[in-house]
Design a protein around this ligand. Structure first.
Ligand code: HEC
Length: 114
């Protein structure tokens, strides 16, 4: 294939790959939102501020931490009656999306005054 033609192919493939990636990312946010609204918010709130006393605040948490905990609940190495049931329903992609969702929520903190 002549070099110019090859270049056009590469450009086309790169454009398609970028498009795929963008749609995948957009899809992930929508998927996370749906899961959050149907499951997680009952206890953790859609904004990650817990609405039941025993649940943790999740907003602004490190993504790596969230992924590790969700996998631990799913595998059974961390056990809590409610989370162990919820986590069993999550796929690897769900865990990534949900961790992205809660990690992306901006929080601000205020130190206690003396
Ligand atoms: C029925 C209530 C309930 C629902 C629904 C629920 N959780 Fe939880 N979640 C809890 C409780 C309670 C804990 C605290 C567990 C413990 O004490 O070890 C927890 C803990 C967690 C933790 C660990 C937090 C930490 O600081 O270690 C993560 C992460 C988490 N939940 C994510 C989720 C996600 C994501 C969803 C939705 C798919 C979800 N939870 C749905 C009740 C719930």
């Amino acid at each position: 294939m002549p070099n110019k033609k090859r270049l056009v192919w590469y450009l086309l493939l790169a454009t398609l790959a970028t498009f795929e990636l963008q749609s995948a990312l957009a899809g992930d946010v929508a998927a996370a939102r749906t899961k959050v609204q149907t499951i997680c918010q009952i206890c953790h709130g859609a904004d990650g501020v817990a609405v039941i006393p025993g649940a943790a605040n999740l907003s602004g948490q490190q993504k790596e931490y969230l992924v590790t905990q969700l996998r631990a609940f799913r595998s059974g190495s961390r056990v809590e009656a409610q989370m162990s049931i919820v986590a069993k329903t999550l796929t690897d992609a769900d865990i990534e999306n949900l961790a992205d969702w809660y990690a992306a929520i901006k929080v601000s903190v205020e130190m206690p005054k003396e």
